[in-house]
Write a protein that binds this ligand. Structure first.
Ligand SMILES: [Fe+2]
Length: 209
């Protein structure tokens, strides 16, 4: 395997809008303990089914929430939110994301949730800045690898070209929220991931609708 370097990741983030760091690779900011604890909290948290009516197709997502960002960021009252947040705010993780984004500014967590996509389901083409124009990057920690399909597909702004990322256990995706993307159909198994959005702003959500 090619040894990852920061400069390659920074360049790929700039040019393709997305990077994926494998778990236990030399630059992964996620320790074993952090990963297993996040996985445990995501398994235990209460979840709700969200139906997405893309093109009239039946599709659903199982979602467990830790921070919501409807009008402004709010920590969800449950036994796990603060534990999840304290891991995501660890210096090593924040430092890594700042380095990829090439910023020294403070980053705030605005939305944090566990998403589970079941067999034959997917997440349709969308832009994260439609949920909040001040989102900078979506960060996705893959919690299991017991599934097939479910690629993270990122479209390039000026062409129809896209790049696919096949998440593996413990991988971390950092994706620029200005790039349209989707999660392709999960062919078998369940695809569980912890998603968090970072921003320079912590106030009201300036979404128009
Ligand atoms: Fe997204």
């Amino acid at each position: 395997m090619v040894k990852e370097t920061y400069s390659t990741y920074i360049k790929n983030y700039k040019n393709k809008g997305t990077i994926m760091v494998p778990f236990k690779s030399n630059l992964s900011p996620l320790s074993d303990d952090d990963f297993y604890n996040l996985k445990k909290y995501c398994t235990k948290v209460d979840k709700e089914f969200i139906k997405i009516g893309d093109a009239g197709e039946k599709n659903h997502l199982l979602v467990g929430r830790f921070i919501t960002d409807i009008k402004k960021p709010e920590i969800v009252k449950n036994k796990y939110s603060k534990k999840v947040i304290s891991i995501l705010k660890k210096r090593k993780i924040t430092k890594f994301i700042k380095r990829i984004l090439k910023t020294k500014k403070n980053l705030y967590l605005r939305r944090v949730q566990f998403n589970e996509i079941g067999q034959n389901c997917f997440v349709g083409y969308h832009l994260d800045v439609d949920s909040n124009p001040e989102y900078l990057a979506a960060c996705v920690i893959q919690l299991g690898s017991n599934f097939k399909g479910g690629l993270y597909r990122v479209y390039q702004k000026k062409t129809k070209k896209y790049f696919d990322y096949a998440p593996s256990k413990g991988s971390l995706i950092v994706s620029n929220c200005l790039y349209p993307h989707e999660v392709t159909k999960v062919k078998s198994g369940k695809r569980g991931s912890l998603v968090f959005f970072v921003s320079y702003k912590k106030g009201l959500n300036k979404r128009s609708s």
